[in-house]
Design a protein around this ligand. Structure first.
Ligand code: FMN
Length: 183
């Protein structure tokens, strides 16, 4: 049931092959492009990184780390280098900010966050799994430039995607009343 699906959704920190194929990915992007979007600005785009390109992204992450922290220890460098290898596919969700008299940039960022969530939902709906990651790399100008982002673009998410490796974790029981009030 759709409600169960929404209420049980959870991220998969450990991911293996197979990744969503081209058709599955297209479905995910179709879902992401139906998120709420004030004035239909389409403030998002998506970049796939897979196969050996993940190693290239790892080199970008390591170089960015060394620029931020020239003294970074080898194990920290190695972790940065290998980060993109944690999943067979990484989808970078890019926020495209444009000037609009009624739509401030914060609303465009919110729409991109919805798009990232839609990617996760649509992956899970097709039997795949994923996890939304950011970290320093998401805000690093060198990483953004290496990925080909323009001046008016930001990284909203690195969505790591694949097939869940292991069992899903226990989902915390949260009570709706704890998050709801009446005014
Ligand atoms: C904007 C954003 C950035 C995140 N960045 C990271 C990250 O860099 N590393 C990480 O392990 N989890 C990150 N998370 C959290 C995971 O995506 C995930 O939500 C969390 O592990 C809880 O799992 P759940 O989604 O199954 O509840 C981020 C979540 C959001 C919304």
């Amino acid at each position: 049931m759709l409600l169960d699906f929404l209420q049980q959704r959870n991220s998969a920190p450990r991911l293996d092959s197979p990744a969503p194929d081209a058709v599955a990915l297209q479905q995910m992007i179709r879902a992401a492009t139906r998120v709420p979007d004030h004035a239909w600005l389409r403030p998002w785009r998506f970049i796939s990184v897979e196969g050996d390109r993940r190693k290239d992204l790892g080199k970008v992450f390591e170089a960015a780390l060394l620029k931020r922290e020239p003294e970074a220890a080898e194990n920290v460098r190695e972790r940065a280098r290998n980060a993109p290898l944690r999943a067979p596919l990484i989808l970078v969700v890019v926020t495209r900010i444009s000037e609009h008299p009624k739509v401030p940039s914060v609303e465009q960022r919110k729409s991109a966050a919805c798009a990232a969530y839609a990617i996760l939902l649509a992956a899970e709906a097709q039997g795949f799994a994923g996890v939304w990651r950011t970290g320093d790399n998401a805000y690093d100008p060198d990483v953004m430039a290496a990925l080909g982002l323009n001046e008016d673009e930001e990284i909203a998410a690195f969505i790591y995607l694949g097939t869940r490796d292991g069992r899903s974790k226990a989902i915390p029981e949260l009570s709706p009343e704890d998050f709801h009030s009446r005014w």
